[in-house]
Write a new protein. Structure first.
Length: 517
């Protein structure tokens, strides 16, 4: 191609000339200097040549200079219009269509100054002056005539040979004064042979191919040297989702506070563990199809331990441990309905049952558990609600557990994620008494926002599970999405999961490191 041709011309010239000037090469090839630069860079990177950047002041044409070069100079135009026998000033001006001006000038002497501003007249005067100065014309008793015939247009000639004019010369000064030329600094290269100089450019291959090896072509080929400083290609690999980064940080805090993680790997749960074991009546509005996703296949879960089932049933129907229960007909079929768990407290209730079983073998021991995983609710989706989201839950099983301890743990937990101002507000949960909503101060919104829910599990819940009467269980729960959105400045929860997720953002999100205060 053309670049290759230019390259070979340069290399051939270097055979006999030690130093080349890129400006001259561009000129001799009649190409733009800029177009040559690409070719030079290629040759230099292959070490065929060595270049050194230089600066040089140069005379170049102005727009006006260019116009003259393409037609003729003003003085020459006047010179040419003058007839052999000579001409008067008035007639000459007529030839240049400035008759009108002249008349006005004569009739109304006082308006003279104004008329002289006419650009056509001005240009004529300039050209006329120059024509006299340059010896094209002479004036004799009002008659203007040519000094000689067939004089050349000197200025046009000079402009056409601009590169032969020395920068400091009188000629240059004159052209600059007349604004036909100006000085401009240009950058160019001095070119010398490089360490791999050859008089012909050979394409350099980036890699050795099997083919070149097999047919022996490699012996003739040039290869690009390896750039050991080049950055490697970015490895495409898995990245942690922002929710997972925040989850990791929360679990770290909870582990630091002595909590152990509960197994949460079961999205489908029976209503029994999600509701009944939590002393939520079967007519509870949260159970109806608006909030809960019910499963159709299998619709019902396997039976739980009949002993446990009967205890839960009688607690709902008639009560116990000082309670009269809900006084209704408890349905086992309702309890067996499979659902997508609506809260992680379903995990906690199951765990409490398991702990109670262990107590029978090993006796009492205190325990602190947490879980962070997905829950499901049939919500209308909007910028802050999804039908599947995550809950963080903590429970403390301890004979000495108290409401005060619950508030203390919650305060410490939130302190570690940088939230110090907390408020507790009484609320109602079927499975805790007392129950407290947790409010935190939102530094950006500058107001209290609900950040969690908590309480002391009721004896009506704990007794059927087999937790001894003198053992208390305190618990709290909160969402994972809200803090994640605040931390990563995510405005719409719907962009956090599913097809709306921007993979690039997930890749670039920093790790979550909460600052405790
Ligand atoms: N399960 C409750 C919810 O989904 C949170 C909670 C957990 C409340 C533990 C009290 C105790 O909002």
């Amino acid at each position: 191609d053309q670049k290759q041709d230019y390259a070979n011309i340069i290399l051939t010239q270097l055979e006999s000339i030690e130093t080349l000037n890129s400006l001259e090469i561009a000129k001799s090839l009649s190409i733009n200097h800029q177009d040559l630069v690409g070719c030079l860079l290629q040759l230099e990177s292959a070490n065929y040549i060595k270049t050194e950047g230089q600066k040089q002041d140069q005379l170049i044409l102005t727009n006006e200079g260019n116009t003259i070069l393409n037609s003729q100079s003003g003085e020459y135009e006047i010179y040419q219009k003058i007839p052999q026998e000579g001409i008067s000033m008035l007639d000459l001006q007529k030839l240049f269509c400035i008759e009108q001006v002249q008349k006005v000038k004569q009739e109304q002497g006082e308006k003279k100054e104004k008329q002289i501003d006419d650009p056509k007249k001005k240009q004529f005067d300039l050209g006329f002056g120059n024509a006299k100065k340059m010896g094209y014309i002479k004036m004799d008793k009002g008659l203007i005539s040519k000094v000689a015939n067939d004089l050349p247009d000197k200025i046009k000639l000079e402009l056409s040979q601009l590169n032969t004019i020395k920068l400091g010369s009188q000629q240059a000064k004159l052209l600059i004064e007349r604004k036909l030329a100006m000085i401009s600094t240009i950058k160019y290269f001095e070119i010398k042979k490089g360490i791999k100089y050859a008089n012909k450019f050979r394409e350099q291959y980036a890699a050795l191919t099997t083919e070149q090896l097999l047919n022996g072509e490699w012996k003739e080929c040039d290869y690009k040297s390896i750039n050991l400083n080049a950055e490697g290609e970015k490895i495409s690999m898995g990245n942690l989702h922002p929710l997972l980064k925040v989850r990791k940080q929360f679990s770290q805090i909870l582990i630091g506070l002595g909590f152990e993680e509960m197994p949460t790997n079961q999205f489908v749960e029976s209503s029994f563990w999600n509701f009944d074991a939590l002393f939520q009546p079967q007519k509870h509005p949260a159970r109806d199809a608006h909030d809960t996703f019910f499963c159709s296949d299998p619709e019902l879960s396997e039976e739980v331990d009949p002993n446990l089932r009967d205890k839960v049933k009688s607690m709902h129907q008639t009560g116990g441990v000082g309670s009269i229960g809900y006084q209704y007909e408890w349905s086992n079929e309702e309890a067996r309905k499979n659902i997508l768990r609506t809260h992680t407290t379903a995990v906690s209730s199951k765990m409490l049952y398991r702990i109670a079983q262990l107590y029978k073998e090993k006796g009492y021991f205190p325990k602190k558990y947490f879980s962070i995983d997905k829950v499901f609710r049939n919500e209308t989706l909007d910028a802050t609600h999804l039908a599947e989201f995550h809950q963080i839950e903590g429970i403390v099983i301890d004979k000495n557990a108290s409401l005060g301890q619950l508030m203390g743990i919650i305060r410490e937990f939130f302190r570690q994620i940088g939230i110090n101002k907390l408020w507790f507000k009484p609320t109602y949960n079927p499975y805790t008494e007392p129950s407290m909503e947790i409010y935190g101060y939102h530094p950006v919104l500058k107001k209290k926002v609900e950040i969690g829910n908590s309480g002391v599990f009721r004896p009506e819940m704990l007794a059927p599970l087999g937790i001894p009467e003198d053992v208390n269980v305190i618990a709290w729960g909160l969402g994972l999405e809200r803090p994640t959105m605040i931390y990563y400045d995510i405005r719409d929860i719907r962009t956090m999961v599913g097809p709306e997720v921007k993979v690039e953002t997930v890749r670039q999100n920093a790790f979550c490191v909460f600052e405790s205060k």
